[in-house]
Design a protein around this ligand. Sequence first.
Ligand SMILES: *[C@@H]1O[C@H](CO)[C@@H](O)[C@H](O)[C@H]1NC(C)=O
Ligand SMILES: *[C@@H]1O[C@H](CO)[C@@H](O)[C@H](O)[C@H]1NC(C)=O
Ligand SMILES: *[C@@H]1O[C@H](CO)[C@@H](O)[C@H](O)[C@H]1NC(C)=O
Ligand SMILES: [Zn+2]
Length: 315
Amino acid sequence: MELLFLVLLSVHIAKTATEGDKEWCYLSQKWTQSECAEPGVWDTVNEECGKKKQSPINIVTNKVKYKEDLKPFTFEGYNTNQSSPWRIENNGHTVKVSLSGSAKIGGGGLRNKYNAIEFHFHWGTSKGFSPGSEHSIDGERYAMELHIVHRKEGFSSTEQAVTDKEGLAVLGFFIKTGAKNENYEPLIEMLNEVAVKGSQKSMTSLPLQSLIPAKENLTHYYRYNGSLTTPNCNQAVVWTIFQEPIILKESQVKNFLETLYFTKDKTLLMTDNFRPVQPLSDRIVYRSDVSVIQPPAKALLVVPTLIYVMSLLFQ
Ligand SMILES: *[C@@H]1O[C@H](CO)[C@@H](O)[C@H](O)[C@H]1NC(C)=O
Ligand SMILES: *[C@@H]1O[C@H](CO)[C@@H](O)[C@H](O)[C@H]1NC(C)=O
Ligand SMILES: *[C@@H]1O[C@H](CO)[C@@H](O)[C@H](O)[C@H]1NC(C)=O
Ligand SMILES: [Zn+2]
């Protein structure tokens, strides 16, 4: 009897201690895990989540500004297998692959070099095949989004890096359905092995380059200052969102939507693990290329000029 009382008391104390420090979750988990903090109240998990430079955002293409500094990136160690194997894990929010940090990026208007430390994905649900990207372009979202997280050279932990406003650089890639992408097969084959929360496995590393579009197509991108899209939502991220999407076959996307679980057992499928878009506030989104949309007036001029040139040629 006394023992039971002690057990109940300690359960009560444990519960009280974690209040205000509730576990955060996505809206898709709220139905079954009613105790958890959904995106709308992440500011109760960490006040940073309620600040004004949060991510993701919707990018309005006719409001973005051209910035000349946004030159092509340099990628180092992106084209080789890394010397150590990758660790792939289900952390209860996403599937994440930890990297050794030997791959690097520079250029791209960044003021430093940054080491690749991990990558992970955000996705939707196969019910109605609803999109799961975090960022959107003119309100349109993609099937999935890949984030390759890089840490500013010189920092040895993420905790350190987030104390710097530009401590992290995340490369964001949209994923769209289309032809089969063989390069993703070794990764997709591992998903089964890390189906439940907390599971992790080691896998043969792949060249990071094989998971993203060809380098020639990575010169068109958007840039803004934002945050991590999960608590603690640190506003320490220089964001790059590439225009060119990664192509995966619909069945490959479904492998992500239908294999992983939010839970330690197979009770709640991991779906819709994205944060809704956040207010832009007074931030500016920049783009790397001059020509995005031809103003209609210019496009209309081309035809009469062409007819005139042709008439000269054929008279
Ligand atoms: C990476 O390793 C795989 C398997 O070990 C091998 O098939 C592939 O050719 C390697 N790729 C590179 C770029 O070294
Ligand atoms: C670059 O993108 C264009 C348009 O999406 C595509 O046709 C082309 O094949 C891509 N180039 C490479 C090298 O992948
Ligand atoms: C991001 O913020 C820094 C100051 O912390 C500023 O110098 C830089 O221009 C900003 N970049 C963008 C893309 O707004
Ligand atoms: Zn992410």
